[in-house]
Design a protein around this ligand. Structure first.
Ligand code: AMP
Length: 587
């Protein structure tokens, strides 16, 4: 494979990167240096306090923390002080309805300002915040709210209707606060804007996010207040945020990037952030980059590829000269996307890698470092990454294996909610290669991703080791989609895979076995049924998780114990060899 390198020029290094020398810093780094840059209460900490409140003692008090624009063009802005006071008010409202430390308070909102200050308010009183992506429908909501035993839900009138449909299954849900209701407006107005922030043990839980694996229901990945150390450090060194930046992270706080780099990490470094509540729309996005004079932009490969697919003339209509630094996350960033940005925007996207479970960026390209185009970069200072085999033994340079990390880094998940064994299953004991050839027994966190490391220590991504699907950067569990499909009366069973797609990375593809009465339908009726099944998943599970392709088949490949073998469906779809079929039931 021919590797192209983007060599940093003098212009690329202007203004000086926050992290000036990666290698030297990696070698000498200690987390205690970062600890000193944050605010503590005698060994205790609060992540939300560090994100926002601590700036009130500095000149940043009246700095704009949030520029906000809605899909309808409405605008608002909030200083750090305003965010702090509003989050105090939410904290007090929550206390009034009986929320205590450790209780789960979930937010089901689009990207409106209430989402942001509610999140901060929940953390400030020591409760555990959860976020629910606004595309979730009743099944996705029910799974998450039941498992987390959420006590209070913060939502709006429109989204509440979906929750009402499953409310009878949610005995723990004591209150629903509706942010666009008169009642909430009044209680917020009445609430005091003074709050004594909860002093948390660094290992106490701060927020949780449900994410999908290969099998079973989504799991609640729990993060602690300590995570702010890594989110702060990476916002500074990887995203290179500075005080005169205006930063736009296009992620949604329903996913981890939106929490770590649109709320906690980014605000902890005191940057002015911009949030757009609307959907992806190329001319609109360019217009927003221009209008808000965005300097640092953190987005995702699917969005970049969709921008690339636009007519080149579109970009020329906008003045994007304020952009100075670009980052990307969530799925493999293909070399063409980087080359496109160099050509059209005059600078490369910097890819970085991490997961819901890692709580913060772990492998990255840095401003101060040349980019090997197509690589995810190198581990952040304080994180040890390696490629290991299935027994946890480190493999050699340029050899494929599991991407693994050495526990514990500060933003590592603390547990899987109420599933301690699932949590344990991420870790294995193995061997680390030591300098001078010696080997040491160590523990590894297995990421579920496959990759390799080159001679210069750059990491390269190959794919998932399991059946988890990444579509438009969003993680979808095949089991959830299969479960939604089989609820439809026409479906006997379904097998769901991620099918490679040039634009979205992968699309969700379902193989469906139909009930007898449906098998004999005409082609037209079957085409109609495809549309119906797609709508069914959109309406019951989530808008982003529906199968863009559905194929009817007579039988699914299964193991003798009855497990669907998605890997065979995928191999067939892609015309690849099927591999070991010794455990396969006759097919
Ligand atoms: P999530 O937990 O939803 O953030 O998804 C994490 C998964 O997204 C990882 O395990 C990878 O499979 C994928 N991913 C995230 N960032 C990258 C990247 N820079 N390159 C390739 N895959 C990535």
């Amino acid at each position: 494979m021919k590797v192209e390198t983007y060599k940093k020029t003098v212009k690329d290094l202007e203004p000086a990167p926050n992290l000036e020398n990666y290698e030297e810093t990696y070698r000498t780094f200690d987390w205690k240096f970062v600890r000193k840059e944050l605010d503590w209460f005698d060994g205790k900490i609060n992540a939300a306090y560090n994100a926002v409140d601590r700036h009130l003692q500095t000149w940043r008090k009246n700095k704009i923390a949030l520029y906000w624009e809605g899909e309808d063009g409405s605008e608002s802005k909030f200083t750090f002080e305003e965010l702090s006071l509003l989050s105090n008010k939410v904290g007090n409202v929550l206390k009034e309805v009986g929320v205590e430390r450790g209780d789960r308070v979930f937010i089901f909102l689009p990207r409106i300002p209430e989402l942001y200050f509610s999140f901060l308010g929940i953390l400030k009183i020591g409760a555990i915040a959860g976020t629910l992506f606004s595309a979730f429908q009743e099944k996705a909501l029910e799974d998450r709210l039941v498992n987390s035993e959420t006590k209070v839900l913060i939502t709006n009138k429109e989204l509440k209707e979906r929750v009402d449909k499953v409310r009878r299954h949610l005995p723990h849900l004591a209150h629903i606060l509706v942010v666009d209701s008169e009642e909430f407006g009044k209680s917020l107005e009445k609430a005091s804007d003074e709050l004594s922030v909860a002093h948390m043990d660094p290992d106490e839980y701060a927020f949780m996010l449900y994410t999908s694996g290969t099998t079973g229901k989504p799991k609640g990945v729990v993060h602690t207040h300590r995570a702010i150390l890594q989110q702060y450090m990476t916002a500074k060194w990887v995203l290179d945020l500075k005080d005169d930046d205006t930063y736009w992270c296009t992620a949604d706080p329903g996913w981890v990037t939106g929490i770590a780099y649109e709320i906690l990490g980014s605000w902890s470094v005191g940057v002015s952030a911009f949030v757009y509540a609307g959907r992806f729309d190329p001319p609109k996005w360019y217009q927003l980059l221009e209008k808000y004079k965005i300097t640092v932009w953190y987005t995702a490969p699917t969005a970049i590829r969709m921008l690339m697919a636009q007519d080149g003339e579109l970009l020329k209509k906008f003045d994007l000269r304020n952009l100075r630094y670009l980052c990307s996350v969530g799925e493999p960033l293909n070399p063409e996307a980087i080359k496109w940005s160099i050509k059209t925007l005059g600078m490369p996207f910097h890819d970085n890698w991490w997961q819901t479970e890692t709580g913060g960026i772990c492998i990255a390209n840095y401003r101060c470092m040349d980019i090997k185009i197509g690589s995810m970069g190198k581990p952040i200072p304080g994180v040890v990454a390696a490629i290991v085999d299935d027994d946890g033994k480190e493999v050699g340079i340029n050899k494929e294996g599991n991407i693994a990390l050495r526990p514990k880094w500060p933003s590592m998940m603390k547990t899987i909610w109420r599933r301690p064994q699932k949590y344990q299953s991420y870790f294995i004991r193995g061997l680390a290669r030591h300098e001078r050839g010696a080997k040491r027994r160590v523990e590894w966190y297995i990421t579920g991703d496959r990759g390799w490391k080159d001679t210069d220590g750059y990491f390269w991504f190959i794919g998932r080791a399991d059946d988890v699907i990444k579509t438009s950067g969003e993680r979808v569990g095949p089991f959830e989609v299969e479960s939604a499909l089989v609820e439809h009366p026409a479906v006997v069973e379904a097998g769901v895979i991620g099918k490679p797609d040039p634009m979205r990375g992968e699309i969700v593809k379902a193989f469906v076995v139909l009930e007898k009465g449906y098998q004999e339908k005409t082609k037209r009726e079957k085409d109609q049924l495809i549309g119906e099944l797609q709508e069914y998943v959109k309406k019951h599970l989530a808008g982003h998780a529906y199968p863009r392709e559905i194929e009817f088949i007579d039988k699914l490949p299964k193991t003798r114990s009855g497990k669907i073998m998605r890997r065979i469906l995928k191999a067939k779809e892609m015309g690849l060899p099927i591999g070991d079929t010794s455990t396969l039931e006759e097919y």
